[in-house]
Write a protein that binds this ligand. Structure first.
Ligand SMILES: Cc1ncc(COP(=O)(O)O)c(C=O)c1O
Length: 484
């Protein structure tokens, strides 16, 4: 039985609609493998047959273990990564198949190790926190400003970072997330300048910003703004496969061989060639057609925001946001975002995030102006139907807690624990990470003191329908705490 005997025909119909393969070596190799009748005696075990488990395995080409020119192999991956590094002006680029999660783990371990301190934005994703556990570092938390009108994070003031660095001059790195989950941006050049005064790197989790810099109306890419390590999910804002991520690194403040070692330790040894080829394809697409593809979607998103505002519905807007981010707020009209989401789901429309107070339909340049207009119309119709009493602005739990670190995340993560009734947990030290998800920003992280404020915020999130993730008891009746 030869490989690619089944399924290949359908996939190959659309193999390269934009003519990218001539400048995308991994995409080219993937297509060539798909077109070739091979007899694989290697993993994956499906051997290219889809008469066993079905078309779920179509197009799943592995990475060959040795170096082979023109096949998906380590040498060709290096070639594709070098093209990406050149495009973004980096000294090093690495493609990953474990999302920005794996890339964040690598980034933390690349800049700090056991016993070190790092300054970390508390609005960062839980994968950074897991990176802190892996690296065994102590976080010095720093909070962005919260916009009082929305209760959402806005930007990290460089003066606050300067004060924190002054208080912790031995910190090994500064880790921030830009743009935030709601699309708001800090002034990265200022933060980079302050960070570099201490001779340490600025690491930016830019999971949502792979498209930045490819249209005049988009913010610059964080690397171009002075960041030293930029982690990105290609699968979020670019048309790449799920799990696709890449990291861009500049070597002035980062030890590149150490970065490579850490990155390799976070990736499977059986990478999916298809995921990697999809990163290469997205890079070539951005390079050749980014601006012309992004422009109409920015216009349609802007128009969508104006239509929502005209209907009396608040949206996040302004100069310092990602123009493709659509964050719709329901507090002032008293609608419930969960109900709006339910209406959309009933029409087979999925959104990135919804809770009582807001909804985020994720927009990328794979959307069309028509689809965006239709979506906005449906949201307005549904929100109007569910109108209620206006609610005061409330800052979400993830953005409001002032953590007290008692022991390092790693110590608490691997510690023995007790299970206690949450009503009796105040004052104890959390043994687990507790995140309303999305956005996946921890309210309590391992090693932090449990306060009444944290509990109240978590109960409020739970009661308003938010999933409480990564916790042993998602009802929050009990919590895992460190022994006294
Ligand atoms: C800010 C941020 N960083 C990292 C991640 C993890 O990304 P991935 O899902 O690609 O692992 C997410 C996921 O939503 C995120 O929002």
């Amino acid at each position: 039985m030869s490989q690619r005997a089944f399924g290949a025909a359908t996939l190959l119909d659309t193999k390269d609609p934009m003519g990218l393969r001539t400048s995308a070596p991994l995409l080219d190799a993937w297509i060539r493998d798909m077109e070739t009748d091979r007899s694989p005696f290697q993993i994956p075990g499906h051997k290219g047959r889809n008469d066993l488990t079905g078309s779920v395995v179509d197009g799943d080409i592995p990475v060959l273990p040795g170096n082979h020119p023109h096949r998906i192999s380590p040498s060709l991956i290096l070639e594709a990564e070098a093209l990406a590094a050149k495009l973004w002006g980096a000294d090093l680029c690495r493609f990953g198949v474990n999302g920005s999660s794996g890339s964040n783990h690598a980034a933390v371990m690349a800049v700090a190790g056991p016993g070190d301190k790092v300054i970390v934005s508390r609005t960062l994703h839980k994968s950074v926190l897991v990176g802190l556990v892996y690296a065994g570092v102590t976080p010095i938390w720093i909070r962005p400003e919260i916009n009082p009108a929305t209760g959402l994070p806005e930007y990290l003031p460089s003066t606050r970072l300067a004060e924190t660095l002054k208080a912790h001059p031995d910190a090994k790195a500064v880790l921030i997330g830009e743009p935030s989950y709601v699309g708001t941006m800090s002034n990265i050049p200022r933060l980079a300048k302050v960070t570099h005064e201490y001779g340490i790197p600025l690491v930016v989790d830019a999971a949502w910003a792979a498209h930045f810099g490819f249209h005049p109306e988009l913010p610059n890419h964080p690397l171009a703004e002075g960041a030293d390590i930029v982690v990105t999910s290609a699968h979020k804002t670019l048309p790449s496969y799920s799990q696709a991520s890449f990291v861009l690194v500049r070597g002035e403040y980062v030890d590149l061989p150490r970065f490579n070692k850490m990155f390799d330790s976070t990736q499977t040894t059986s990478m999916s060639g298809r995921i990697l080829a999809s990163i290469d394809a997205a890079r070539a697409l951005l390079e050749r057609h980014g601006e012309e593809l992004i422009g109409p979607v920015i216009d349609a998103t802007e128009k969508g925001r104006a239509t929502l505002r005209a209907a009396g519905i608040d949206v996040i807007d302004g100069e310092y946001i990602d123009p493709l981010k659509m964050v719709i707020l329901f507090g002032s009209i008293g609608s419930d975002g969960n109900r709006v989401e339910a209406d959309l789901l009933a029409a087979n429309i999925d959104v990135e995030m919804a809770n009582r107070d807001m909804i985020i339909p994720m927009i990328t340049f794979a959307d069309t102006p028509d689809r965006i207009e239709d979506l906005i119309g449906r949201i307005i119709e549904s929100a109007n139907r569910h109108r209620g009493e206006p609610r005061p602005v409330q800052t979400a739990a993830s953005f409001s807690i002032e953590p007290e670190v008692v022991v390092t995340p790693r110590e608490a993560f691997f510690s023995d624990y007790e299970v206690v009734d949450s009503a009796h947990s105040v004052g104890r030290v959390s043994a687990e990470m507790i995140c309303p998800y999305p956005p996946g920003v921890p309210v309590l992280s391992p090693g932090e003191r449990i306060t009444q404020a944290a509990l109240d915020a978590l109960f409020q999130a739970r009661d308003s329908g938010v999933r409480i993730a990564f916790v042993a008891d998602p009802t929050l009746k009990t919590l895992k705490v460190l022994p006294n």
